[in-house]
Design a protein around this ligand. Sequence first.
Ligand SMILES: Cc1ncc(C[n+]2csc(CCOP(=O)(O)OP(=O)(O)O)c2C)c(N)n1
Length: 278
Amino acid sequence: MKELIKELERKSVQIRKNILESIGINKKGHVGGSMSSADIVTALYFYKMKHNPAAPDCPDRDRLIFSKGHSVLAQYAALAEAGYFPREELKKTKTLGSILQGHPEIRTPGIEANTGSLGQGLSIGLGMALAARLDGLKYRVYVILGDGELAEGQIWEAVTAASNFKADNLIAIVDHNKVQATGPIDRHELGNIKARFEATGWETIEIDGHNMEEIVSALDAADEVNGRPTVIIAHTIKGKGVSFAENKAAYHNNGLTEEEYRQAVEELEKLHIEVEGR
Ligand SMILES: Cc1ncc(C[n+]2csc(CCOP(=O)(O)OP(=O)(O)O)c2C)c(N)n1
């Protein structure tokens, strides 16, 4: 177990480096929400999900939908690392004709749904989860939601519907970084997120979304739940890994100057050495 966790931690540093590569220097990019979900995405692609980069459409693959589509750089980072497309594509992110645009599109290998208009991903994921049942397939559908995104009413329609359909192959993960685009999430009172899911019959698991051991055990625990969907509420830090961006709404979608980029790379190099020493 210790070796597995270390391997995943090593991978998550690489995922963060890949995110930086997609953002580049003096261009805009969603630093905050991509970095906050990096550890969760790492555990999904390199531990939990059944998937095959050589056959991205194989029918029984597990699906990951980034409902908070603006943070897709974390998913691109993992897809490149897993071999869905060459790493060189990362540098071309958001350029004309690139397969990697600012929000997820299904033309990118490994991307399951077009998202970015917040609020829709859980409904899409539920549809896929129910399709698995109709098709007699065993796959799971993971949906990453933002906490700011939870203000969208459609999410809560999908929450009750998923419960009604007893969709136990649907796992929502809330990237609970407490910051949205322009400030703290308390601008729109959400109440007790856990209690709201519980009230409709969801299994709820609360974790530190940067603790690889906790992420792995939560994903494993979700496999064991029968007859109802699971939500993993992952407490995270917006911008995690890049000190000057942490917890700052200003880095929700910001450019990095040359100096900031250099500092961010240096910090990730240090983190890499720290992980190796564990
Ligand atoms: C329907 C819709 N309204 C507004 C936006 C603009 N928008 C993009 S990201 C964002 C904030 C999302 O906050 P959160 O879900 O907490 O994401 P995170 O902090 O994880 O990046 C907003 C309002 C959008 N993409 N879609």
